[in-house]
Design a protein around this ligand. Sequence first.
Ligand SMILES: [Zn+2]
Ligand SMILES: [Zn+2]
Length: 294
Amino acid sequence: MSLGCHMSTAGGLYKAIERAEEAGCSALQIFARNPRSWQVSPLEVSAATRFVSLRKASAIWPVVVHTAYLINLSSPDDVIFDKSLSLFKAELSLAEDLEAEYLVTHLGSPKGRGKDFAMARVTRALQEVKKAGINKNTTILFENSAHKGMTGDDLGEIGELINVAHNEGLRAGLCFDTCHGFAAGYPMTNSGEAETLALTIQEAVGAKGLALIHLNDSKGEAGSGLDRHANIGEGKIGNKALKTFLNAEGIKGIPVILETPKKEADDDIKNLKTARKLLGQKTSSKSQARRGGQ
Ligand SMILES: [Zn+2]
Ligand SMILES: [Zn+2]
């Protein structure tokens, strides 16, 4: 069972692997470039090689790259759409170079133009990605959105887009973010609701559609549309519902990435510990060994 965190790449991409191992992670998510900039500088071969070789020497699986927040593949503005498509293609190439298993992306907003418009826009983007011939081994994961009116606030939409991508011959699946789902109006405050949600996901994307869980509690209320991540067990979802969800059929065994707040130095360690409890895992042998050696 894979469990890890989104880690900083400050000081070099490979540093994220060191940070993940230090925290006892078996999975890792990174930004491969500045997530708040349109600019893409080509990845230095040495940086990619160092990342790939260090990762191979580790037990980390999967490696996940998260795309820039600026990307809006649903945008009605042609200039923004074209820039988003270029950046998305660049991010996919980076992820392929880093031998990442997954590239997680948000689907953007049609800015009030409606669902049909958004679906057509994202479909065109996927066709262009296919034409570029850059998708080889990395699976593109569409992340569900927290806000109503954004593409992917509805899991059925993501299911349709996964089918579109598959028909184009692209690798694609769902990254389900628990905070976003809760904020978008999928109830998850008790065991019954958590079980229903697990079924809803399977119905929307099929038995094999779900590839990754972003495990976050929510500062915002159910249906609030607020994308505000809370520490595990300290938000409005709570440990009981999260535990039932993580252990439900179709969910159990899917890799889990935490995107919880990093205010204190040991926040990751605390959240990982809580997550392990919810997953019924013992403390990872690596962090035990480290503690034993201290
Ligand atoms: Zn995200
Ligand atoms: Zn997320």
